[in-house]
Design a protein around this ligand. Sequence first.
Ligand SMILES: Cc1ncc(COP(=O)(O)O)c(C=O)c1O
Length: 457
Amino acid sequence: MSLNPTDSRLLQAYRRASPRSAEAFDRACRSMPGGAKGAYYYPPYPLQVTRAEGCRLFDHDGNCYLDFANHHTAQILGHGHPAVIEAVQQQVRRGIAVGAPMGIETALAEEICRRVGSIDKLRFCNSGTEATLHAVRLARGFTGREKIAKFEGGYHGSHDAVEVSVAPPVGLAGPADAPRSVAGTGGLAPHATDEVVILPYGDAAAVDRLVGQHCDQLACVLFDPKVGMYETSCEFAQTVRRITERYRVLLILDEVVSFRLAPGGYQELANVTPDLTTLGKLIGGGFPVGAVGGRHDIMALFDNTAAATGFGQSGTFSAHPVAMAAGLATLEQLDAEAFNQLNQLGSRLRRELAMRFARADQPWQIVGEGSLFSLYPAREIVGDYRAAAAVDRSPVREAFAHCLGAGVFLNHNLVMNALSLATGVAEVEHLVAAWETLVGPVTRQVDGVGRPVTETR
Ligand SMILES: Cc1ncc(COP(=O)(O)O)c(C=O)c1O
């Protein structure tokens, strides 16, 4: 283990606690650029997890962490839920991948159609990326129009149509109410950005104007409600629906993350009926999965049984039987009571932490909804991409290292964390206590919603 003298006390403690992770990272870098997928990296090296159980992760050095990241929000039951393990084992014994339908995909499709009113039919694929790729193609095919609109700061996967204006440098991104389309990665097709109209999150008037301006060329608006990441409102989702209806543009609701909010997803909560919905993450029970579903007349483009439609959706591992079995077992656990439990625990966590931040008079905030939450070192409400981009993130690294030292695992940027059904009140209290030591002692009295008592008298 080499200690870097320029590291802070917390980073030095991290290095001392995790020498085997450092070794494993060095080894990984020899065969994979950057050691692994980008989302896993944080300096000086990511923890290497050897085992996961319920709400806990264990690293190579024998440390235990309470998991509040839950595999990019996908692990809604926690790790190794017995019903999922049992379903997976049974499916593995029946057949892992057999090059023919096995019926388990139909059972999962039926369950999703039953839960989500707007989904008449759906198709499975391997990721959220594939789901939005196929949704965009369906929208283009159905409308005969080429362009799509998406929101600034929205992430919908890594294909050319959507990896645009995901986290653009604000200096390149144009005016807030008429954002420019900025490539999100090198290597996009030369005109990829020209095909995408960028909308500002939360600004109904600008969305109306931009969709109206481009509606003759727009196939769809792709919308992720951003719950868990920004301060959001169901009213905005309803407004986006009204605008897309008015201009006869399809609405694709990306519920890859937000499906974890209610039995029928965010659309049930917000009372919004999209034309198409994209799903991923939790519907695979921890295995790679994606799905696109919606109105039967649009989904019919994928039905080549009577005559060729000119549209296809395939994939060697699409609707993989083991993922289908794990997904079905997961959904079977997720009744209204389960969502209630998750959402109440999420509210408790947000209330408790907001109170600690207010009492310590520290510039931190927690935003979120249901079981999702993000932490920002800022006082101003983070309600859209520009507000999130304006936050000075320099305290984040230390806060993350502090949490690891306290046995708490969050996403390393502290954004888009999630509770699982394996998380209990005791674990939430542990997280709150870890933050209490970080933000320091009480410096002022606050009322029940965190307002300074003196100011409210
Ligand atoms: C809202 C949203 N859509 C799509 C995706 C892409 O899903 P995947 O990573 O499975 O390709 C993500 C991934 O985080 C997402 O958050």
